[in-house]
Ligand binder design. Structure first.
Ligand code: HEM
Ligand code: HEM
Length: 400
């Protein structure tokens, strides 16, 4: 037996081996036990993407740090089998998460991925034209079978490790055991290429994550959007809206739990005189990218194609007309054009005009179905209730 043959894997290879083995087993369990639970789906995707980049780093590490040669006494066929299992493991450790990423990218549901609840992760590029239920189901099938392939290989792999441990050859198990477990362990090989393996993988990860940030645009700025949609307003505004003191919020039910959100960027032109209601007109331009719910997954999801589709429709227009007095204040028709198609609902509001100051509080109820929101993933409203209440609270000063 050569001196090299009794070397251990590098510490990094050993750490990666056991950490990834644990993560993979957990991932298979999680995949089978997601039970329509949104948090588990997100965790599954987060760990899966982590595994993908760990596997790439591990592969690069292996190129920079070839494993110690197998014991001389080991039959050639078994050496080949062992190598074949390792190669297949690498193919699965990269192929399964890549396939999972592809699956969610082509899924008609178009659910957003937010890694560990904090980092927006894009869909795979160039998959937009491939979105289809059929393709999703094929990839889903293969994803599930891939997990079984890992289980099958694991059985062979563990059987091999056990056989060689108790067989006539110099055991292999101790090559993969951390050095801290006893003196019987052979020394680890010298390690090199940390920057190449982990720097490279991290750089790739960062570059992909950055594409989401670039796509996020400037909607976070406090400044109201420059109105590009529709013809220039013809409203002769006689009120100046105090945006700091005003808000447009929305509320609904998601999986039985109430959620609320706010549009942080919008502008309004208001022509309103309580003595000339027939001539009153209000036009509000909302930056749909500025919707904030306090939960990153929802914020990202709202931007997606089946919801606000902010890439194509960055602005929503709300026009108020047909004002009439009502028992508790006023009623108007609110016409919302969110994705091109206008939908009209009644808006009820109270209005206090005190000298030059006006305070308005009102609400309107919209239907997701009418607005074509989330109709691909949840047309039957089993997750997100169909009714969404939009609440407006406005403060304005009369123009001098
Ligand atoms: C090595 C990493 C991964 C393993 C071992 C793994 C394993 C699994 C397993 C066992 C299932 C259950 C399949 C079934 O019910 O037959 C599953 C489902 C799923 N996985 Fe993964 N997965 C991995 C990575 C990923 C990644 C990276 C994503 C997406 C970014 C992903 C997305 C999904 C989705 C969406 C499902 C549910 C499919 C459905 O039933 O509609 N997975 N995964
Ligand atoms: C899903 C879980 C596992 C995967 C994906 C996996 C994968 C691998 C791979 C790819 C290698 C080659 C070395 C490398 O490139 O890092 C390897 C080596 C090894 N694994 Fe695993 N492994 C898993 C679980 C286990 C378990 C449970 C055992 C314990 C019996 C084990 C024992 C070993 C040993 C002893 C070696 C060293 C073989 C040699 O000396 O060449 N592995 N494993």
């Amino acid at each position: 037996m050569s001196a090299e043959a009794s070397s251990r894997y590098t510490g990094i290879a050993i750490a990666l081996h056991w950490a990834m083995a644990a993560l993979l087993v957990f991932m298979i369990w999680l995949g089978w036990n997601m039970d329509e639970n949104e948090a588990r789906y997100q965790l599954h995707k987060s760990i899966g993407i982590t595994i993908l980049f760990l596997a790439l780093a591990r592969l690069a590490w292996r190129f920079a740090n070839p494993p110690p040669p197998l014991p001389d006494g080991m039959p050639a066929l078994e050496k080949t089998a062992s190598h074949a299992v390792h190669i297949a493991f690498y193919a699965l450790m990269i192929g399964i998460p890549l396939g999972g990423w592809f699956m969610v990218s082509v899924s008609p549901f178009q659910v957003s991925t937010v890694l560990y609840g904090v980092l927006s992760w894009p869909h795979l590029p160039f998959t937009e034209g491939l979105i289809s239920k059929d393709l999703y189901e094929i990839v889903e099938f293969m994803h599930g079978k891939g997990a079984w392939a890992i289980i099958g290989l694991l059985a062979l792999h563990v059987a091999g490790a056990v056989k060689h441990e108790f067989g006539p050859e110099d055991g292999v198990f101790k090559r993969m055991i951390p050095g801290l477990f006893g003196k019987a362990n052979p020394p680890a090989l010298p390690a090199r290429g940390v920057l190449f393996a982990f720097g490279g993988s991290l750089a790739l990860f960062t570059a992909i994550a950055a594409t989401s940030l670039i796509g996020a645009g400037t909607a976070n700025s406090a400044a109201p959007p420059a109105s590009a949609a529709g013809p220039a307003t013809t409203i002769a505004s006689n009120w100046i809206v105090d945006y700091e003191a005003s808000e447009i919020t929305f509320a609904g039910l998601h999986d039985g739990n109430a959620f609320t959100g706010e549009f942080e960027a919008w502008t309004a032109d208001v022509a309103f005189d309580p003595d000339a209601l027939a001539a009153a007109k209000v036009r509000v331009v909302v930056d749909t990218r500025s919707a904030k719910t306090g939960k990153k997954l929802y914020d990202d999801s709202l931007k997606a194609r089946e919801w606000f589709n902010t890439a194509e429709f960055p602005e929503a227009i709300i026009e108020l007309s047909e004002f009439t007095p009502s028992a508790s204040g006023y009623e108007a028709t609110a016409t919302l054009a969110l994705k091109g198609k206008p939908v009209s609902v009644p808006l009820r509001f109270t209005l206090d005009i005190d000298g030059d100051k006006a305070t308005l509080d009102g609400s309107a109820v919209f239907s997701r179905k009418a607005l074509d929101l989330g109709q691909a993933s949840d047309a039957s409203a089993s997750w997100v209730a169909d009714e969404v209440t939009v609440t407006v609270s406005g403060r304005a000063t009369r123009k001098p």
